[in-house]
Design a protein around this ligand. Structure first.
Ligand code: ADP
Length: 396
């Protein structure tokens, strides 16, 4: 049976998912897993879709093992495993940045890798690791087609004003723009919404992707018209460890008056702020919800308040609002947080149905609520696999 693999390669982890291609061309999730703690003590876990452990390996002294070494091990295992009756015909990669140019997924070749490498300064914490996996696969199995799927692509055609900072024009021309991220998640959710509620999907909708990284996307007819993340994935909402939108004067103050280095400021804004920084306890919403500490409550209240505030701004970008969709770890699982956010948006005509919200959804607003609320689990891996098949098209 033919299969496609989705890879999401980050700085310290590589997530992978295997999708079998059914006779009707549909994708069935078969297996998945993660290589974690790359650069420290890597651990590899693969599970079947039924939760059966397929492989567990640890390298306690594997600090020197690169992404390429570990992917090599994964491939060696995959070709010598009962899954081998799955013929992997292509690999799709999540690539965080498509820059100003790439509006759709692309088949990888050497020239594309160079072009994407040139975009690394726009996403230095992510793009090099994404490309490390692309390069590693090119060496391991040069004949295997690879497809790059961009997190920015979904926002590529948003209105020009929503892409511009109020900075001198030359900087915009050099690529300093509001790109937006989480595009693969938004695209998947937009497709699911079109199946669940086509009328709403054709209207004005805010999708709230609330995970460790968090952003909102304003969509009209399933297309992005505005989003809270900008030049980097640091902008917009408060996140697990990222601060979100910040007066740029704070950065200048940290640098010039407090003498912080660029890398110190980067560490503060990306890794020590957000829920972790405000609570002083954890970046994980579940831990905060379980805590009795007042600072945990304040962090959760600020998280909700910032979402409500940004949702108001995006409603203006849309010129109205017909519905909101919650997705990702917090959006899908945290009924209490959904309730807080919906109550903050009551003034827009959103009435949450607390009973439905505590249940399985997907609709969590009152039947007669003017603005609807849904919970739709995201599946970025499936979106990557779908794009990969699509790009290969006739070659199948
Ligand atoms: P990532 O951006 O790393 O993919 P996820 O989408 O997995 O993140 O979201 C992680 C967040 O979701 C964490 O803050 C976690 O606490 C939260 N989360 C997951 N499950 C629940 C739950 N049942 N209740 C509340 N929060 C949850």
């Amino acid at each position: 049976m033919k299969a496609v693999v989705s890879l999401n390669s980050g700085s310290s982890s590589i997530k992978f998912s295997l999708f079998a291609i059914g006779e009707d061309g549909g994708l069935q999730s078969s297996a998945g897993g993660k290589i974690e703690k790359i650069g420290i003590a890597p651990a590899l876990r693969a599970r079947s879709v039924d939760g059966e452990t397929l492989l567990e390996r640890e390298w306690p002294d594997g600090a020197a093992l690169s992404h390429a070494d570990l992917l090599g091990d994964l491939f060696a295992w995959a070709s010598d495993h009962p899954l081998r009756n799955r013929e992997i015909i292509a690999i799709g990669h999540r690539v965080v940045h498509g820059g100003p140019v790439f509006a759709a997924p692309r088949l990888v070749d050497a020239a594309l890798i160079d072009e994407l490498d040139a975009l690394s300064p726009l996403a230095p914490l992510h793009q090099p690791h994404n490309l490390a996996a692309v390069r590693a696969i090119s060496k391991l199995v040069p004949e295997l087609p690879q497809v790059a799927c961009f997190d920015t692509a979904f926002h590529h055609d948003k209105p020009a004003l929503a892409s511009r900072f109020a900075l001198p024009r030359a900087l915009h021309d050099q690529g300093i723009r509001r790109y937006g991220f989480h595009g693969l998640s938004y695209e998947y959710v937009a497709r699911r919404l079109a199946e669940l509620d086509p009328e709403l999907a054709s209207g004005k909708v805010i999708v709230a992707h609330l995970g460790n990284g968090a952003s909102l996307c304003a969509m009209e007819g399933g297309h992005s018209v505005d989003t809270t993340m900008g030049f980097t994935a640091l902008d917009g909402l408060m996140m697990g460890t990222r601060c979100g939108s910040l007066d740029p004067g704070v950065v200048l103050h940290l640098q010039t008056l407090m003498g912080m280095s660029a890398s110190g400021i980067e560490d503060l804004l990306y890794r020590k702020s957000g829920l972790l920084g405000v609570s002083g306890i954890s970046s994980d919403m579940r831990s905060l919800a379980e805590s009795q500490a007042p600072h945990a409550e304040e962090a959760m209240a600020l998280f909700a308040w910032r979402i409500v505030r940004e949702a108001g701004a995006l409603t203006s970008s849309l010129g109205g609002l017909d519905g909101i969709v919650f997705t990702a770890g917090i959006g899908e699982n945290d009924a209490g947080m959904r309730s807080r956010i919906c109550r903050g948006l009551e003034w827009l005509g959103l009435e949450i149905d607390e009973l439905a919200n505590a249940g399985d959804g997907p609709l969590v607003s009152q039947p007669d609520s003017r603005v609807k609320a849904y919970v739709i689990p995201t599946d970025e891996e499936r979106m990557i696999a779908l794009h990969t098949l699509n790009v290969l098209g006739a070659d199948l």
